[in-house]
Design a protein around this ligand. Structure first.
Ligand code: HGY
Ligand code: MN
Ligand code: MN
Length: 389
């Protein structure tokens, strides 16, 4: 039975991977037609599992299993259905599809829960379209800011806010996106905390000029300044990445006058992360001053590190141990919708081993036997929760 559902999860992962806005690679970004098609496909699987399905105003896909107990609280399961560009097929979808399968298994066994369960496919965890992240989960949590809404077209997403007292927890299954579980030869791990992150936009503004006539010593080359800054990012002491760079009006015979780049800084320790961001800002100012450039330094979004809930994490650990598996606890360097949900309820995560720890890459891969363990542990987790909600 359970291996059957693991095989179904893998088939569904493959089917969902075919839904993309960029033929030949997997890309699904917030509120795109591809995301609507993904919601339709996954929504059909939720319906087949006996869930009540709807899409909220923030384009989150919701599948609900109502308890027979009146006034019952709700436990949320799920992950995100949007992707980065040229993504792997597991980052996000694995968490939504294992949740559907775990619910399907329990319902087939005739389990009656003292609480409602809602499986969510969040609409924008990656933040590719607007460089903000967690738009869908923060809309549901009611934590969107005026700055978020100013940055997006779909302002109606703010009406997706739910009554925060409705939920008593959120659990997310997600690929580890790192090498630890594979190195330790363990299929799943229990997450202790999720790193904080700062997302910024940095612009160097110089003087565009003729590549053939302006002497090197008289240039204010924005791209050379950005390049010097990127090397400083590499040495800043925390996890820091320049993932995107744009040269305005770039041409081979024009000295770049306007360059913008994204900066992503992470750390489990918030003060260390904030100190690194500050130090990089000073570095950027010094580079700009020395090269006669102007600097625009814009904080796009900042989320603090989030500890996973001790009780829920303990339940996950017991479920892993009862399967005869070693219980490995590890932090997450990647962000997850659990960060947004932590504003309104306790959260927990279960990591699943992925080949080579590779993610945000079409080579992302998960073994069916590990999918099976994830579905089993998640189903056990829900049952244990039911014993002491
Ligand atoms: O960026 C992250 O950590 C996540 O993949 N959105
Ligand atoms: Mn993810
Ligand atoms: Mn991701």
């Amino acid at each position: 039975m359970i291996s059957h559902s693991a095989k179904i999860v893998q088939q569904r992962i493959g089917a969902l991977a075919k839904i993309t806005e960029e033929p030949g690679r997997i890309t699904r970004t917030f509120a795109s037609p591809a995301m609507r098609r993904a919601n339709e496909l996954v929504g059909a699987w939720m319906r087949a599992a006996g869930l009540e399905v709807r899409v909220d105003a923030a384009f989150n896909l919701l599948g609900r299993w109502n308890s027979t107990q009146r006034g019952a609280k709700t436990f949320l399961l799920g992950s995100h259905l949007d992707t980065v560009r040229d993504a792997g097929k597991y980052d996000g979808p694995l968490g939504v599809l294992t949740a559907i399968s775990a619910v399907e298994l329990l319902r087939e066994r005739g389990v009656k829960l003292p609480f409602n369960v809602e499986v969510v496919g969040f609409s924008d965890e990656e933040g590719v379209r607007y460089q903000t992240t967690y738009l869908g989960s923060r809309a549901l949590a009611g934590t969107l800011t005026a700055a978020d809404l100013a940055r997006i077209e779909e302002k109606q997403i703010v009406t997706a806010r739910r009554n925060k007292n409705e939920f008593f927890g959120y659990a997310e299954v997600h690929i580890e996106q790192g090498p630890v579980l594979e190195k330790k030869k363990i299929p799943v791990g229990v997450v202790t905390a999720i790193a904080g992150q700062s997302r910024l936009r940095v612009e160097f503004l110089g003087v565009a000029g003729h590549a053939g006539t302006v002497p090197m010593t008289l240039r204010h080359d924005a791209l050379a300044g950005a390049a010097e800054f990127i090397l400083a990012v590499e040495k800043c002491g925390v996890l820091a990445t320049v993932g995107k760079i744009e040269v305005a009006n770039g041409a081979s015979n024009v000295i770049p006058g306007n360059v913008s780049l994204t900066l992503d800084v992470r750390d489990q320790n918030d003060s260390r992360r904030l100190a690194a961001v500050k130090a990089l800002q000073i570095k950027a100012q010094n580079i700009a001053q020395r090269r006669g450039l102007r600097l625009n330094w814009t904080l796009v979004q900042q989320t603090s590190a989030v500890p996973c809930d001790k009780t829920l994490t303990q339940i996950f650990s017991q479920c892993v141990a009862q399967r005869g598996l070693e219980v490995l606890k590890l932090p997450s360097g990647a962000g997850h919708d659990a960060v947004a949900l932590s504003a309104i309820c306790p959260v927990a995560m279960l990591f699943v081993r992925c080949k080579g720890g590779i993610s945000h890459n079409p080579a992302e891969s998960v073994k069916t036997s590990d999918v099976r363990v994830a579905v089993e542990v998640l189903a056990d987790f829900i049952l244990r929760l039911a014993k002491h909600p």
